[in-house]
Design a binder for this molecule. Structure first.
Ligand SMILES: [Fe+2]
Ligand SMILES: [Fe+2]
Length: 439
């Protein structure tokens, strides 16, 4: 295989020289193009063939090509001067596409030259270009930095909820100043990248399920609120309300089944009472705590007179709360996959949940929400990291190759236009995956 790759490089080099020296109708040019095409065909007979440059050396797949072949050295230089990290020839590549590649590689590159865009303009699909590694490395570093910040934000939220719970348990007033500051932090992230806020909810909850539930409910409610177009001030209020919606459970020992049952019935009124003690506070969290278990069809609790209409934020939080319960693993939740939970929420729209807002959740989360681990039609496995141009084609981070080996970190796939489909949603726990780590 390496032999064929060396032949390919030599043929490419000869063809480039011919392209410089002769007009396209010249027999030497025609012959050089024909040999180049044949050399490519020999290489791509079984599967795509990739030539890559790394630290000045040319590689075919993972094997370095011999340095004593002049064509190998000069092609490595040409790749680097054109900001190209790799060139992949696909089995169905056409001769005119190879000519387009030659022309693009023969042009004198200027700063910021983009060979991939050049070929795309020429309609070339049989040859794909990888851009120079530096940019990828910078992006990966930036992504990791954001991930660390997100994780830190999540842990500050957990610590905050812990502190608020302790304050309430001691019959004190919860100090909401810090909550406001942290919710602002989540909002800033939401404006920048709402997929990242959904991603926060994939942080695994080994212990303290109620703290995780509060934060996840807030994340879901804020993503829905932003989709609805609620202005920032309203979102801040919605975020705090969602974070505190179950604060009325704090005085109960939830590990005792009898108390847990009483908590279920009493926590809305108790939560409202706790929040009503706060002087000069925004009254929305109090209202949401009181109303978040009231079904739009009159079901749920506390009891109220016929025709009582709940606050829109209470209805949003009710859906966020329900969605989190559906996706939380057993025994604390129902352990549904994220895509099935969207369908279940839609089913409950019009019964206990507000039907307009359930559709809003489906629109904001997509058919395959962020965090869904999916198998693709080529048998590779990935995780949804962001919505795509259509609900069925999200952006995916690849995790496993079709043969089951682990994919190198950071390889993303835009499902739209890739020719691949999602064929199955997998349970991340069965793969022992830390989803958040891989988003
Ligand atoms: Fe609740
Ligand atoms: Fe809840």
């Amino acid at each position: 295989m390496t032999r064929e790759a060396v032949d390919l490089v030599a043929a490419l080099s000869t063809a480039r020289r011919a392209a410089h020296l002769y007009p396209q109708t010249h027999p030497s040019y025609v012959e050089a193009i024909a040999s180049f095409t044949n050399a490519v065909s020999a290489c791509v007979a079984a599967r795509p063939c990739t030539l890559a440059v790394y630290a000045g050396r040319l590689y075919h797949e993972n094997a370095p090509l011999p340095l004593d072949v002049p064509a190998v050295r000069s092609l490595a230089e040409t790749f680097e001067s054109h900001n190209v990290e790799s060139v992949t020839f696909h089995p169905d590549v056409a001769q005119h596409e190879l000519v387009a590649l030659l022309e693009a590689l023969s042009a004198k590159p200027e700063a910021g030259y983009d060979l991939a865009a050049e070929l795309e303009r020429a309609g070339v699909v049989g040859v794909t270009i990888g851009v120079i590694a530096d940019e990828d490395a910078q992006k990966a570093e930036e992504r990791n930095r954001k991930k660390e910040q997100d994780r830190a934000l999540y842990h500050r939220l957990l610590a905050l909820m812990q502190r608020l719970s302790e304050q309430v348990a001691r019959r004190g007033e919860p100090d909401l100043e810090q909550a406001g500051i942290l919710v602002e932090g989540v909002l800033a992230r939401l404006m920048e990248d709402s997929a990242a806020v959904l991603g926060l909810t994939t942080i695994a909850s080994a212990s303290e399920p109620s703290l995780f539930h509060a934060i996840n409910t807030m994340a879901y409610a804020l993503v829905m609120g932003a989709e609805l177009g609620i202005p920032e001030e309203g979102l801040a209020s919605l975020g705090i309300a969602a974070l505190l919606h179950d604060i009325g459970k704090v005085p109960f020992d939830l590990t005792d089944p009898e108390q847990a049952q009483r908590a279920e019935v009493l926590h809305p009124s108790l939560g409202a009472e706790i929040l009503s003690r706060l002087p000069d506070a925004d009254r929305t969290p109090m209202l949401v705590a009181y109303e978040h278990h009231m079904g739009v069809d009159g079901s749920g609790h506390p009891d109220r007179e016929a025709g009582y209409v709940t606050h829109p934020y209470s209805r949003l939080v009710a859906i966020a709360n329900r969605y989190d319960h559906l996706v939380t693993p057993k025994p604390h939740g129902l352990g549904l996959s994220r895509d099935r939970a969207v369908i279940q929420v839609l089913r409950e729209g019009g019964a206990s949940l507000d039907p307009m807002f359930t559709r809003l959740l489906a629109k904001a989360f997509g058919v395959f929400p962020v965090g869904c681990v999916v198998r693709l039609s080529d048998q590779s496995v990935g995780v949804v990291i962001a919505p795509g141009p259509s609900p069925l084609t999200p952006r995916i981070q690849l995790l496993f190759e079709p043969d089951g080996t682990e994919t190198e970190r950071g390889r993303t796939l835009e499902l739209a236009g890739s020719g691949l489909d999602i064929v199955e949603v997998l349970d991340p726990r069965s793969l022992a995956l830390d989803v958040f780590e891989r988003l």
